[in-house]
Design a protein around this ligand. Structure first.
Ligand code: SF4
Length: 326
């Protein structure tokens, strides 16, 4: 019988001692023209690739402890916890697939998006050289890999979303989105007679259940489902990824949607798919849903599936220049 592994992340002091940022590094936000985000973003990637967020770890442990001890589901989740400890302790990637690299940058007026994008791209190149990231970016048709995680055609990878806000601080969120789980994402156009889904919340529920049944263990379950109701084909998928950034266990600000998320998560966990498709009661760690506008003629439900190795983190640069990671 497998020993029950206890999550044992290294302390914040140990993480900080391995930082690529010089001791006491601070940004000068009084002069955004000369701000260089390269090093803090490199540090963000170093931390994100090897360290799962605590809420994801807690959900995996809770799932494991709910499975029958010694079952395949229990052992698989237990191995995931062992994997989490090893990756964190050795500062090595949690999974061989370090995903598509997606950033969300929120910044005050005055920051040059052109300069920031250059610096973020440089950080990704450096992170690939340092083996925090696997070179995951290939030419679509030939499969040729330049080895630096840069889109060989334009600037499509890494993906960088910018938003100017009226706060003085800067936030850079990152998600490493695995290829296996990306493959099982789905977009539905309602009504959809094939699954009996109409243009209402019951129809949305059917889409989510259908996507997870089709995915089985192939998205490296247990998964976190990001769901956007509405939007167009692009904005729906974008939103469905962004909502995965919300911490597991936090409430949806819309009470009816919060109840829906909890109900669907419960339902998904009765499907018997379990971790990696080996059966059990831990198929989904959570479902996050957001409603958007839509064109009257269109009703899309866009679903992004995030695998158990749900790597995300936010770099915060406060108004006085201090850096923190959350
Ligand atoms: S889907 Fe996730 S856990 Fe599975 S191989 Fe890809 S990154 Fe790793």
């Amino acid at each position: 019988m497998s020993e029950c592994v206890i999550p044992n992340l290294t302390s914040n002091e140990v993480v900080a001692s391995k930082s690529v940022l010089p001791d006491g590094w601070k940004a000068d936000l009084s002069n955004l023209k000369v701000l260089d985000l390269t090093l803090p973003v490199l540090e963000l990637l170093r931390r994100t690739t090897s360290r799962l967020p605590q809420d994801v770890i807690d959900a995996l442990v809770k799932g494991r402890d709910a499975e029958e001890e010694g079952s395949r589901a229990f052992n698989t989740l237990n191995d995931m916890v062992r994997n989490i400890n090893l990756a964190d302790g050795q500062v090595t990637p949690l999974c061989q697939d370090t995903g598509t690299v997606i950033f969300w940058v929120r910044h005050p007026f005055g920051l040059s998006q052109v300069a920031a994008k250059k610096q973020i791209r440089e950080a990704v190149k450096q992170a690939t050289k340092n083996v925090y990231l696997r070179p995951n970016c290939v030419e679509a048709l030939s499969g040729k890999n330049l080895g630096n995680n840069m889109d060989p055609f334009h600037e499509g990878h890494p993906v960088v979303h910018f938003e100017e806000w009226d706060k003085p601080e800067i936030e850079v969120g990152v998600m490493l989105k695995g290829g296996g789980c990306e493959n099982v994402g789905a977009q539905y156009r309602l009504p959809d007679a094939t699954i009996g889904a109409g243009r209402d919340i019951k129809g949305v529920r059917k889409c989510i259940i259908d996507a997870v049944v089709k995915a089985q263990g192939q998205g490296c379950s247990p998964g976190i489902l990001g769901v956007a109701i509405g939007g167009d084909r692009v904005t729906g998928y974008e939103k469905s990824k962004e909502v995965i950034l919300r911490r597991l266990g936090t409430k949806n600000p819309v009470p009816a949607m919060d109840a829906f998320e909890k109900e669907v998560t419960r339902d998904l966990n009765t499907l018997g798919i379990g971790p990696m498709g080996y059966g059990g009661t831990t198929t989904a760690l959570g479902v996050h849903v957001e409603e958007m506008f839509r064109h009257p003629a269109s009703f899309y439900v866009s679903i992004s599936y995030m695998c158990w190795s749900s790597r995300r983190q936010v770099l915060k640069i406060g108004s006085t220049g201090e850096v923190s990671f959350d």
